[in-house]
Design a protein around this ligand. Structure first.
Ligand code: NAD
Length: 395
């Protein structure tokens, strides 16, 4: 079939297998061009490995350090007349490239929150890898079925305490408008913490530890976001921010366990705001990202997921480096986003942006280009008029 983008709000419901493979190759090429990360991770479990920061972490470990990787993700294969989700195609492209380079790469497609997928992952690690020395926890999910209670928790992106009104942009239509979001109730908060907080990360580490599958000195990292004041009501101080506080609590708990296990460590890396499937669903944030991209590109400091993760691994976690923690014990690869001059410029532009001047004051074009690339569209060298086979089995 000929696959064209079909954008519905903040989602594209189609994905291009050849384009996704080209996107993955761009990321691999970036990591290779940056040179080896040595010493680096050897055997890595990436939970949430098919898109965004998790995929970038996996590519960095594999192509920066020659690591064996086991990826866990939740993606939909192609169905009759309907392409698969991008993470499906990304993982196939990654797996083929890794194996062609002589690297171990295996995948588990299923619900990472479930005991069953954990059991399957443990079994694969036991038989194939022996132990892992790095666990990357990079899930972004709208829901979690709790493995002990069976309760389905749904996460939400709401302010806490009071309604919140601010500007937002419909990135597809290019319309800037005001959005008002009603505040979360106690159930919304508890549900979001249950989905995006740290309990499942703790379950993974406990399962690995009890099965003796963590190498002495093993590390674990999970990702968070803080951002500027203009997004705090809906992010840092909202339901998702409370879940991230819980992720930090879990990091301290896991860190204590890993320190006692051969001097390992666990921490949170605070990453830059970027266009991913997860971030495009957050109100207000895409407008902020469009302004930020414009400013950071002008300064020559713009980074995508792969640049961020390559920098995290090469300058904070490995390559003879140790993490430089902030006052709360987090690594900050959002440093270039948060520098005062950039944030002052965001604050100056924010009140001025309208539908009429959106293209001039922000990098909405860059946002859209990045968004389409997430689904494998707009990549150089890909013939989008050509027939392509949407059904690609996982190797
Ligand atoms: P993403 O949507 O690109 O990736 C999410 C991953 O989780 C995918 O691999 C998906 O398959 C997997 N997943 C979702 N539900 C699953 C389930 N039930 N079982 C197994 N796998 C599942 O998201 P992202 O933006 O890369 O986010 C990853 C982490 O980085 C999140 O913790 C997010 O908060 C954080 N982060 C994101 C940004 C940003 O701007 N995008 C910034 C800082 C931190």
């Amino acid at each position: 079939m000929i696959i064209k983008p079909k954008v519905r709000g903040f989602l594209c419901v189609t994905a291009h297998p050849v384009g996704c493979a080209a996107h993955v190759q761009e990321w691999i090429d970036h990591v290779k061009a940056k040179g080896p990360i040595n010493p680096g991770p050897r055997k890595v479990l990436v939970i949430g490995s098919s898109t965004g920061y998790g995929l970038a972490s996996r590519i960095t470990a594999a192509f920066g350090s020659g690591a064996a990787t086991l990826g866990v993700f939740f993606e939909r294969p192609s169905e009759e007349g309907r392409p698969a989700t991008p993470g499906w195609y990304n993982t196939i492209a990654f797996t083929r490239a890794a194996r062609a380079a002589g690297l171990y790469a295996k995948n588990l497609n299923g619900d990472a929150f479930s005991d069953d997928i954990k059991r399957q992952a443990l079994e694969l690690i036991r038989t194939d890898l022996g132990q892992v020395d790095l666990v990357v926890y990079s899930l972004a999910s709208p829901r979690r079925t709790h493995p002990r209670t069976g309760v389905v928790h749904k996460s939400c992106l709401k302010p806490v305490g009071a309604p919140y009104t601010n500007k937002t942009v419909d990135t597809d239509k290019g319309i800037v408008s005001e959005v008002t979001i009603d505040p979360a109730n106690e159930t919304d908060i508890a549900d979001t913490v249950a989905v995006m907080g740290g309990e499942d990360w703790e379950f993974w580490i406990a399962a690995l530890r009890e099965a003796h599958l963590l190498a002495p000195g093993a590390q674990s990292v999970a990702y968070s976001y803080i951002g500027p004041e203009v997004t705090w009501a809906v992010y840092k101080n909202g339901t998702i921010g409370l879940a991230k506080n819980d992720l930090e609590r879990a990091a301290r708990n896991i860190d204590a366990q890993l320190r006692a296990h051969g001097g390992g460590q666990a921490f949170i890396s605070v990453n830059k705001a970027l266009v991913t499937q997860a971030s495009s669903a957050i109100p207000v944030v895409p407008l902020y990202i469009s302004i930020l991209y414009k400013l950071m590109k002008a300064r020559g400091t713009h980074e995508g997921c792969i640049e961020q993760m390559q920098r995290l691994f090469a300058t904070q976690m490995y390559n003879g480096h140790k993490p430089k923690f902030d006052e709360a014990g987090r690594v900050r690869v959002d440093d270039l986003e948060m520098i005062p001059e950039v944030q002052a410029a965001v604050r100056a532009i924010w009140p001025e942006v309208t539908t009429a001047n959106l293209a001039e004051l922000t990098d909405i074009d860059g946002y859209r280009t990045e968004f389409m690339k997430l689904f494998g569209f707009g990549l150089a060298g890909v013939d989008y008029e050509a027939e392509v086979e949407p059904h690609v089995p996982m190797p």
